[in-house]
Write a protein that binds this ligand. Structure first.
Ligand code: FEO
Length: 397
């Protein structure tokens, strides 16, 4: 018996859970695993919407057959997104159903050609094009760069379900419940934001463009390619994506440091305490050498205040901090108050290079950067106090 779930009379979730992969895209930690959601519409014409990662191809085909049987064929594979976590079973599906039509847009087909060399049985769609499956009528919405150039969404006009691709997705497996009203959403809160910030965050302006295209569309259910299916509280996920894609943050501060022998860490703890004394309750202190950059980005996406500290290392910052700041620049992260601190033993480098980061990003530098030689003493802590006061003042405004 294969585990499939009905979204409506003819529409089925046929996704799979992945608890084996350690790193999504071989980059981002999957402490809670991930689900690859695919959907099957068993109408007069049978359509699949996206597939799953290739390791689960066999289970995936079994799920399809458990619904349509061995004799019925799949007519269409709608490809909302070509990233291999969703396109990984395309070859298996094409080999099993050789007459299947692959539905995508012109950019989808360029990637299909690059991956598989397929040039036949391609069915190109553009913005607002429709297809009729019998009972179900589908419309296509082009949403490039959410998260690759070819990404699009499929809207089922009959049941008003939006198959949204990566948008509105989450890390985390679907452990029994697959709908938002079947699960405790607190379990997904962090993984939702982390998924957005790590995977889609760079393309926030394209998420806003997608919102504009969806204006006026009556959506009763959002079925993404990862995470829960939203049917009870659609506004929750829509408002979260609206907020995150505008890089709007909560009041609070994350202090992230790189420290070899503890001096820079002492400054971090002191700054945290002083900010706390000013009434700020949301404070996180993170060691960049221990906490994966995925979670650091997640914290930064959450909080308005960011205080970065580094010891000197080969006249620059500690490589773990350098990795973080490079990633933030690459992602185009904005709308933050920024404080800087660090320490060194002879000629410095940590705070100097953090200052360069500050010049490269459009964040508001708060207070004077604190750069301490040797073990921090009274004077060093007084400078950290001043920095903390400035940050707290900004956050309390
Ligand atoms: Fe879930 Fe961009 O792939």
């Amino acid at each position: 018996m294969h585990h499939t779930v009905k979204l409506s009379e003819k529409i089925h979730w046929i996704g799979v859970n992945d608890r084996k992969t350690h790193l999504f895209e071989n980059l981002w930690p999957l402490e809670n695993g991930i689900a690859y959601n695919s959907y099957l519409i068993n109408d007069d014409k049978v359509a699949l919407i996206d597939t799953v990662e290739h390791c689960s191809s066999e289970e995936y085909v079994d799920k399809i057959e458990s619904i349509i049987g061995k004799d019925k064929k799949v007519d269409y594979l709608i490809i909302n997104h070509m990233e291999p976590d969703h396109s990984g079973a395309i070859r298996t599906i094409v080999e099993k159903y050789p007459d299947i039509k692959l539905i995508g847009n012109v950019k989808t087909f360029k990637i299909i050609d690059a991956y598989y060399g397929y040039k036949d049985n391609l069915y190109e769609v553009k913005q607002d094009d429709e297809i009729d499956l019998g009972h179900h009528k589908l419309k296509f919405v082009m949403t490039p760069w959410v998260h690759w150039p070819e990404t699009m969404m499929t809207y089922d006009m009959t049941d008003k379900i939006l198959f949204s691709g990566d948008a509105f997705g989450s890390f985390g497996t679907l452990d029994g419940g697959i709908f938002d009203d079947e699960i405790n959403l607190e379990f997904y809160e962090d993984d939702l934001r982390r998924y957005f910030s790590n995977i889609v965050g760079k393309y926030g302006n394209m998420v806003q463009k997608a919102f504009k295209k969806l204006e006026g569309v009556d959506v009763k259910m959002i079925a993404a390619t990862h995470g829960p299916i939203w049917r009870s509280d659609i506004n929750k996920i829509l408002s979260l994506y609206d907020k995150w894609s505008k890089q709007e943050t909560d009041n609070g501060v994350v202090i992230i440091f790189g420290s070899m022998y503890g001096n820079t860490e002492k400054l971090a703890d002191y700054i945290a305490r002083k900010i706390s004394e000013e009434g700020i309750k949301n404070i996180r202190v993170r060691d960049a050498s221990k906490t994966h950059v995925s979670h650091l980005i997640n914290d930064i996406w959450r909080f308005k205040g960011v205080v970065l500290g580094s010891c000197a290392y080969n006249s620059g910052m500690l490589p773990t901090m350098e990795h973080l700041t490079n990633t933030l620049e690459h992602m185009g992260v904005k709308n933050h108050y920024l404080g800087l601190f660090g320490s060194y033993s002879w000629n410095g480098g940590g705070v100097k290079t953090l200052n360069k980061f500050a010049e490269n990003v459009d964040w508001e530098l708060v207070g004077d950067p604190v750069d301490i030689k040797g073990i921090p003493g009274e004077e060093a802590f007084a400078k950290c106090d001043a920095l903390a006061q400035e940050m707290a003042k900004k956050l309390n405004e």
